[in-house]
Design a protein. Structure first.
Length: 180
Protein backbone atom coordinates (compact mmCIF):
# COMPACT_ATOMS: atom_id res chain seq x y z
CA UNK A 1 0.00 0.00 0.00
CA UNK A 2 2.76 2.23 0.63
CA UNK A 3 3.71 1.78 -2.92
CA UNK A 4 0.29 2.70 -4.10
CA UNK A 5 0.30 5.75 -1.83
CA UNK A 6 3.73 6.70 -3.04
CA UNK A 7 2.62 6.15 -6.61
CA UNK A 8 -0.43 8.30 -6.02
CA UNK A 9 1.78 11.00 -4.61
CA UNK A 10 4.13 10.77 -7.57
CA UNK A 11 1.39 11.05 -10.19
CA UNK A 12 0.59 14.69 -9.38
CA UNK A 13 4.33 15.47 -9.08
CA UNK A 14 4.98 13.80 -12.46
CA UNK A 15 1.99 15.54 -13.99
CA UNK A 16 3.26 18.80 -12.55
CA UNK A 17 6.79 18.10 -13.85
CA UNK A 18 5.41 17.23 -17.28
CA UNK A 19 3.38 20.50 -17.32
CA UNK A 20 6.48 22.41 -16.28
CA UNK A 21 8.51 20.75 -19.06
CA UNK A 22 5.87 21.80 -21.58
CA UNK A 23 5.94 25.33 -20.17
CA UNK A 24 9.74 25.30 -20.32
CA UNK A 25 9.64 24.17 -23.97
CA UNK A 26 7.07 26.87 -24.76
CA UNK A 27 9.27 29.43 -23.00
CA UNK A 28 12.33 28.27 -24.99
CA UNK A 29 10.35 28.54 -28.22
CA UNK A 30 9.21 32.01 -27.27
CA UNK A 31 12.79 33.05 -26.40
CA UNK A 32 14.00 31.78 -29.78
CA UNK A 33 11.22 33.72 -31.51
CA UNK A 34 12.16 36.87 -29.62
CA UNK A 35 15.85 36.37 -30.53
CA UNK A 36 14.87 36.02 -34.19
CA UNK A 37 12.80 39.23 -33.97
CA UNK A 38 15.70 41.04 -32.27
CA UNK A 39 18.07 39.85 -35.00
CA UNK A 40 15.63 41.06 -37.68
CA UNK A 41 15.25 44.39 -35.91
CA UNK A 42 19.04 44.72 -35.65
CA UNK A 43 19.38 43.91 -39.35
CA UNK A 44 16.70 46.47 -40.22
CA UNK A 45 18.44 49.00 -38.00
CA UNK A 46 21.76 48.34 -39.75
CA UNK A 47 20.11 48.73 -43.16
CA UNK A 48 18.43 51.95 -42.05
CA UNK A 49 21.77 53.26 -40.74
CA UNK A 50 23.45 52.39 -44.06
CA UNK A 51 20.67 54.10 -46.00
CA UNK A 52 20.93 57.15 -43.75
CA UNK A 53 24.71 57.31 -44.30
CA UNK A 54 24.18 57.02 -48.08
CA UNK A 55 21.55 59.77 -47.94
CA UNK A 56 23.88 62.03 -45.95
CA UNK A 57 26.63 61.46 -48.54
CA UNK A 58 24.24 62.29 -51.37
CA UNK A 59 23.11 65.45 -49.55
CA UNK A 60 26.73 66.44 -48.96
CA UNK A 61 27.62 65.91 -52.65
CA UNK A 62 24.55 67.86 -53.73
CA UNK A 63 25.50 70.71 -51.38
CA UNK A 64 29.03 70.80 -52.80
CA UNK A 65 27.64 70.82 -56.32
CA UNK A 66 25.25 73.67 -55.43
CA UNK A 67 28.09 75.72 -53.91
CA UNK A 68 30.16 75.10 -57.03
CA UNK A 69 27.27 76.14 -59.28
CA UNK A 70 26.65 79.24 -57.16
CA UNK A 71 30.31 80.20 -57.58
CA UNK A 72 30.20 79.63 -61.32
CA UNK A 73 26.96 81.62 -61.54
CA UNK A 74 28.49 84.52 -59.62
CA UNK A 75 31.54 84.47 -61.92
CA UNK A 76 29.28 84.40 -64.98
CA UNK A 77 27.26 87.32 -63.65
CA UNK A 78 30.45 89.32 -63.04
CA UNK A 79 31.61 88.53 -66.55
CA UNK A 80 28.23 89.62 -67.89
CA UNK A 81 28.45 92.90 -65.96
CA UNK A 82 31.93 93.47 -67.36
CA UNK A 83 30.73 92.76 -70.89
CA UNK A 84 27.78 95.10 -70.44
CA UNK A 85 30.06 97.88 -69.22
CA UNK A 86 32.39 97.32 -72.18
CA UNK A 87 29.42 97.27 -74.54
CA UNK A 88 28.11 100.56 -73.14
CA UNK A 89 31.59 102.11 -73.40
CA UNK A 90 31.84 100.97 -77.02
CA UNK A 91 28.40 102.36 -77.80
CA UNK A 92 29.40 105.70 -76.27
CA UNK A 93 32.68 105.70 -78.23
CA UNK A 94 30.86 104.88 -81.48
CA UNK A 95 28.34 107.66 -80.92
CA UNK A 96 31.15 110.11 -80.24
CA UNK A 97 33.06 109.02 -83.35
CA UNK A 98 29.96 109.28 -85.53
CA UNK A 99 29.33 112.76 -84.23
CA UNK A 100 32.94 113.78 -84.92
CA UNK A 101 32.83 112.30 -88.41
CA UNK A 102 29.60 114.20 -89.08
CA UNK A 103 31.20 117.47 -87.96
CA UNK A 104 34.27 116.80 -90.11
CA UNK A 105 32.20 116.10 -93.21
CA UNK A 106 30.10 119.20 -92.54
CA UNK A 107 33.25 121.34 -92.23
CA UNK A 108 34.63 119.98 -95.47
CA UNK A 109 31.39 120.77 -97.21
CA UNK A 110 31.15 124.25 -95.72
CA UNK A 111 34.77 125.05 -96.59
CA UNK A 112 33.99 124.23 -100.18
CA UNK A 113 36.62 121.55 -100.49
CA UNK A 114 37.22 120.75 -104.10
CA UNK A 115 38.23 117.49 -105.69
CA UNK A 116 41.89 117.05 -106.70
CA UNK A 117 41.30 117.02 -110.50
CA UNK A 118 39.14 120.14 -110.28
CA UNK A 119 41.86 121.93 -108.32
CA UNK A 120 44.60 120.90 -110.77
CA UNK A 121 42.70 122.22 -113.77
CA UNK A 122 41.53 125.41 -112.05
CA UNK A 123 44.52 127.39 -113.29
CA UNK A 124 45.29 128.88 -109.88
CA UNK A 125 48.70 129.28 -108.26
CA UNK A 126 50.44 125.87 -108.38
CA UNK A 127 52.05 126.43 -104.94
CA UNK A 128 48.68 127.05 -103.34
CA UNK A 129 47.17 124.05 -105.15
CA UNK A 130 50.05 121.84 -103.94
CA UNK A 131 49.55 123.03 -100.35
CA UNK A 132 45.79 122.41 -100.53
CA UNK A 133 46.26 118.97 -102.06
CA UNK A 134 48.80 118.15 -99.35
CA UNK A 135 46.34 119.42 -96.73
CA UNK A 136 43.51 117.38 -98.30
CA UNK A 137 45.78 114.34 -98.19
CA UNK A 138 46.24 114.78 -94.42
CA UNK A 139 42.53 115.27 -93.93
CA UNK A 140 41.65 112.27 -96.11
CA UNK A 141 44.11 109.99 -94.26
CA UNK A 142 42.75 111.21 -90.93
CA UNK A 143 39.21 110.56 -92.13
CA UNK A 144 40.16 107.09 -93.39
CA UNK A 145 41.82 106.30 -90.05
CA UNK A 146 38.81 107.69 -88.23
CA UNK A 147 36.42 105.58 -90.32
CA UNK A 148 38.63 102.51 -89.75
CA UNK A 149 38.52 103.07 -85.99
CA UNK A 150 34.76 103.48 -86.16
CA UNK A 151 34.45 100.19 -88.06
CA UNK A 152 36.74 98.52 -85.52
CA UNK A 153 34.59 99.82 -82.67
CA UNK A 154 31.45 98.58 -84.40
CA UNK A 155 33.02 95.15 -84.88
CA UNK A 156 34.02 95.00 -81.18
CA UNK A 157 30.49 95.96 -80.18
CA UNK A 158 29.06 93.27 -82.43
CA UNK A 159 31.40 90.64 -80.89
CA UNK A 160 30.48 91.80 -77.37
CA UNK A 161 26.78 91.48 -78.20
CA UNK A 162 27.32 88.00 -79.63
CA UNK A 163 29.07 86.91 -76.42
CA UNK A 164 26.16 87.83 -74.18
CA UNK A 165 22.46 87.87 -74.93
CA UNK A 166 20.56 91.09 -75.36
CA UNK A 167 18.23 92.54 -72.77
CA UNK A 168 15.22 90.64 -74.12
CA UNK A 169 17.09 87.35 -73.72
CA UNK A 170 18.17 88.24 -70.16
CA UNK A 171 14.59 89.15 -69.24
CA UNK A 172 13.33 85.85 -70.65
CA UNK A 173 16.05 83.90 -68.82
CA UNK A 174 15.23 85.70 -65.55
CA UNK A 175 11.51 84.88 -65.93
CA UNK A 176 12.37 81.22 -66.50
CA UNK A 177 14.67 81.23 -63.47
CA UNK A 178 11.94 82.74 -61.25
CA UNK A 179 9.40 80.17 -62.50
CA UNK A 180 11.58 77.34 -61.23
Amino acid sequence: MIRIGAALLLVPVLAFAQGEAEKLDALRTRIEGLRAKIAEAEESRTEARDQLRDSERAISEASRALRSLAGRRAAAQEELKTLLRRSQALETEIASRRESLGRLLTLRYLNGEQSAPKLLFSGEDPGRIARELHYYGYVSRAQAQFIGELRSSLARLKRARERHPGKEHRDRRDRIGRAR
